[in-house]
Design a binder for this molecule. Sequence first.
Ligand code: APR
Length: 239
Amino acid sequence: MKEDRAQLKELIQNSDNIVFFGGAGVSTESGIPDFRSVDGLYNQEYDYPPETILSHSFFQRKPQEFYRFYKNKMICLSAKPNNAHKALARLEQLGKLKAVITQNIDGLHQMAGSKNVLELHGSVHRNYCQRCKKLYDADFILSAKEIPTCECGGRIKPDVVLYEEGLDQHIISEAVRYINQAQVLIIGGTSLNVYPAAGLIDYYKKDKLVLINKDATPMDQRANLLISGKIGEVLSEFT
Ligand code: APR
């Protein structure tokens, strides 16, 4: 076994307080493109930059175009959990992993069996009427003709944090608490480009920070163990 994988295995075997922090790279092996890789969503051609489309003001001003992009690119209901999701769920079942903190909105961690999942950026599976707050699922959004509309006539909005919107403060404080108390913090499949999410790792205070990513990140030099590779493959032996 490669030295870095052996070190990871030892860290996991010797800890019962592991926290995982992840991003879109955790779901690419399930067929969901990430954002900033070469083939990622933000490197494809659209009428507007995707970060503009996925913003609060664009949702308000151009809901039809927002939903056309959102339904085509952000909802992937056929995707299934990969070995990364399954391994993390297994480590939680073994009492080793205390929380998954994710920037993803695809729900694949829960589908793999993870129970304690903190969704920093919300979920495509939760959608609510802006007028009466009635909840709708992702199928309703996909089946809606143009702009998903509530039976009360109100416009339905995905429970997803758009650019220009704030994160849920309760979820942030929960994530800070788990990271601050973690023995081992495993970060994977994220470019650590987007704040406040990326800033959460500043709350980790011990010396077992593992970073598993295909490409370099701005936090590589802070890792106690840096593993370059596909996270589903790296974690596959723990599934
Ligand atoms: N294994 C390991 N790393 C991977 C894999 C993989 N199979 N696939 C991709 N990666 C890495 C890429 O190298 C990249 O560094 O995952 C990272 C994904 O980075 P981003 O595409 O920037 O995704 P993420 O970090 O989750 O973006 C954060 O930006 O636009 C917002 O709200 C959006 O939640 C998203 C946030």
